[in-house]
Design a protein around this ligand. Structure first.
Ligand SMILES: [Zn+2]
Length: 126
């Protein structure tokens, strides 16, 4: 499969960074969406979830559908920004692009993966 570079709006990534910091030591979870046809990730979809130290759970049936869901984002309070085994089970159910941001949750602590847990190239767009 061809290498694809995921584009994510800088403001969206900054909002993710802030939310992850705010929820620490709990895990932040949301969906990533795109409001435009160019598929730049520019939307965070907060959905009703139960935050916990282990893993956030959520209900996909409560997700609004007025734009396309591209994937998910969650924080790792632990400091590792690679997917856990549980993450790899959840990824295929929530889209194709999955962002993990680890402690201390700066933009440089973010990594993107596909639904199989392979790391994706990405860049921010202003
Ligand atoms: Zn995880």
């Amino acid at each position: 499969m061809a290498e694809k570079c995921v584009k994510i709006k800088r403001a969206t990534l900054e909002a993710i960074s802030k939310a992850a910091k705010n929820l620490y030591p709990n895990e932040f979870f949301a969906l990533l969406g795109s409001t435009k046809k160019n598929s730049i990730i520019d939307e965070i979809v907060m959905i009703p979830s139960l935050y916990g130290k282990e893993h956030a759970s959520f209900r996909l049936d409560l997700v609004p559908v007025d734009f396309s869901i591209k994937g998910s984002v969650h924080s790792h309070p632990s400091g590792s920004n690679f997917p856990s085994r549980a993450d790899l089970r959840v990824f295929p159910k929530t889209g194709e692009i999955h962002l993990i941001i680890s402690y201390p949750f700066t933009i440089n602590n973010a990594r993107l993966f596909d639904s199989k847990g392979r790391e994706l190239e990405w860049q921010t767009i202003d």
